[in-house]
Design a protein. Structure first.
Length: 325
């Protein structure tokens, strides 16, 4: 399976889906915006069949109503964790951590000690020290937060990936089955941690100068494009990145890359609309399997979380456990 990617600040290229990325993004917007997308969405697909229309509206009704049931513990701000160690993580909770990678620069040497030789070699290949430090902090913090939940040394953790490149813990202690996903953009990072369920998260900085209409035309569904165009110009950049992060979070939660193309499913578009998976060619069971939600406000950024099932509560923290102020 071939997916979309691009060289950082360069022209796009094609990447095998098995190629690993830290945050398992199928196609990050920041990369895509620096070149012409290599894979356009098929034209002429319209939801004209009665079955497709029925699936779409079932997804719309189920997911919009579900998203209005705010999970217990969810607030409109990022809180501080109750202790310097990771809080307990019951099976019905999802924890999301927000941190600044740049503020961790003083700890880069410590984080580097957590990494495996292959990770250190990757870090050494970065041309600019800021990018290298962000990579080390991103990987080191991932190990730190997972180790805090498992009560283990970060250096002992080992990772594997599925056939499409989504990372996972290679070994689980006593069947704990932690699942996780992460995303970063321009110095900020978010980490989603839960148990026994699929999870995907995406974070993007909102760039008003982006040619969002062109990218949406190439990759989004016709209905999503129409939704973007119907919004006032001043909110279209925010709406585009909102839609993008919702689509990425869903694809990352599924963990199957672009086996489901970006225009073969639809999410709510507007920044003020409840996050929802509205329709997919995989049918109504798929739309009811996943819950999309937004996150507390991060000024200048869009973010979305997708989790398997509905029987979970969300906790959001603005620093990682055992991280100094």
């Amino acid at each position: 399976m071939i997916g979309i990617t691009a060289k950082k600040h360069g022209q796009p290229s094609i990447r095998p889906q098995s190629c690993q990325r830290d945050n398992h993004a199928v196609c990050t917007f920041d990369e895509l915006a620096h070149g012409t997308p290599v894979r356009s969405r098929p034209t002429g697909r319209e939801c004209t069949g009665c079955v497709e229309r029925e699936c779409y509206h079932r997804g719309l009704d189920a997911n919009l109503h579900a998203d209005q049931r705010t999970p217990a513990g969810m607030s409109d701000t990022w809180g501080l964790p109750p202790a310097r160690t990771a809080p307990a993580l019951p099976g019905d909770e999802v924890h999301v951590w927000l941190t600044s990678l740049d503020s961790c620069a003083k700890n880069v040497a410590s984080f580097e000690q957590f990494l495996e030789p292959e990770e250190r070699a990757r870090a050494a290949r970065y041309r600019f020290s800021r990018d290298r430090d962000r990579f080390v902090a991103r990987r080191g913090l991932l190990r730190q937060v997972l180790a805090s939940y498992l009560d283990e040394d970060p250096t002992t953790l080992r990772f594997a990936s599925n056939a499409h490149g989504k990372p996972r813990l290679d070994t689980q202690r006593d069947g704990e089955s932690l699942t996780f996903n992460l995303s970063d953009s321009h110095g900020l990072a978010v980490y989603a941690i839960t148990r026994h369920r699929g999870v995907g998260i995406d974070l993007e900085r909102i760039d008003p100068a982006t040619n969002s209409e062109d990218i949406a035309e190439r990759f989004f569904s016709p209905r999503e494009v129409e939704g973007l165009r119907a919004l006032p110009k001043r909110v279209q950049p925010s709406a585009f990145f909102t839609c993008w992060t919702r689509k990425e979070a869903y694809l990352k939660a599924r963990g199957e890359g672009l086996s489901l193309p970006l225009d073969r499913f639809e999410v709510s578009v507007g920044p003020d609309e409840p996050a929802a998976l509205l329709w997919t060619t995989l049918g109504p069971r798929e739309t009811s399997r996943w819950r999309l939600t937004g996150l507390p406000s991060i000024p200048g950024y869009a973010a979305a979380l997708c989790v398997e099932g509905y029987d979970w509560q969300l906790r959001c923290w603005r620093r990682l456990p055992a991280q100094s102020e």
